[in-house]
Design a protein around this ligand. Structure first.
Ligand code: ATP
Length: 260
């Protein structure tokens, strides 16, 4: 399966910690060039699956495939030219400026060689895309949580990889920046995989959803087949009403389950 962007797949992935299977036989394919969301409650294994796909964790068994190769068998620099990863938590107080942080995204391309015009262009475009150009000379330590998140995503965009893996990228962002980010991720040609908590945003912007519960895939497919009231009640223990929105996508409303 090849197409635009980079092709990712999880094949019978397992990851065990303290004798417990945190990821338990996870298999799915990521549609190339599309926007996939990993959904599931706290602790369901979203971050761990993302880290396994990025080759940052070694599975106890199974494989994470990147363009058909086991990602853990590839050289780190080769992986970093093919995928950029945005972690949930950012480094605390780096003694560096915003533009230097974004320039870190160019490291896989330039190694130790001098900065090229292409590096400068990539950094400028990534900062503009995330609306952080005005922060370029600010110190990282002085940024708010949302500003840091946008700078981290700019660093990943500057990496110019065919795939982007993001762990809760909407964290700390206000509503308008959330919508801008989701729109940008849905329009890019890159293959995008993001762990998300907001089902309404996943319904509106994502092409493909993988719903996890207790380390297993409960459902995978387009939003209309995954965001159904019975599945949402089973996995999140919430009451869900799902209508069809004007664009044909599910319009999800959630409420607590009635107390028994
Ligand atoms: N190194 C570890 N040792 C032991 N348990 C771990 C380790 N890493 C993760 N876990 C556990 O594995 C489970 C899945 O964690 P993970 O971070 O993948 O979930 P998540 O779906 O991303 O959760 P959240 O929505 O809260 O971010 C959690 O119960 C977590 O406590």
């Amino acid at each position: 399966m090849r197409g635009p962007g980079t092709v990712h797949a999880a094949r019978s992935l397992e990851w065990t910690a303290s004798g417990r299977a945190v990821v338990d036989g996870v298999t799915f394919a990521v549609p190339p060039g599309r926007f996939t969301a990993l959904l599931g409650p706290n602790g369901s294994g979203k971050s761990t699956v993302l880290r396994l796909l990025a080759g940052l964790r070694r599975p106890s068994s199974g494989q994470a495939l990147l363009d058909g190769s086991d990602v853990t068998a590839l050289k780190r620099r080769d992986v970093a030219r093919r995928l950029a990863f945005v972690a949930q938590e950012s480094a605390p107080d780096l003694d560096t400026t915003v533009s230097q942080v974004v320039m870190l995204g160019r490291a896989p391309h330039r190694g130790r060689s001098a900065t090229t015009e292409e590096d400068v262009r990539a950094v400028g475009q990534a900062m503009a895309a995330m609306g952080v150009t005005a922060l370029a000379e600010r110190s990282w330590g002085s940024l708010s949580g949302g500003e840091r998140q946008r700078v981290n995503i700019a660093r990943a965009l500057a990496q110019r990889t065919p795939a982007l893996l993001l762990d809760e990228p909407t964290n700390h962002l206000d509503i308008s920046h959330r919508l801008d980010l989701m729109q940008m991720l849905s329009r890019t040609d890159a293959t995008v995989v993001a762990a998300l908590h907001e089902l309404d945003l996943a319904a509106r912007y994502c092409d493909h959803l993988v719903l996890l519960d207790a380390g297993r895939v409960v459902a995978a497919g387009p939003p209309t087949t995954v965001l159904t009231p019975p599945l949402l009640e089973q996995v999140y223990r919430v009451h869900a009403t799902v209508d069809q929105g004007p664009d044909g996508r599910p319009d999800v409303r959630l409420a607590p389950l009635p107390r028994r």
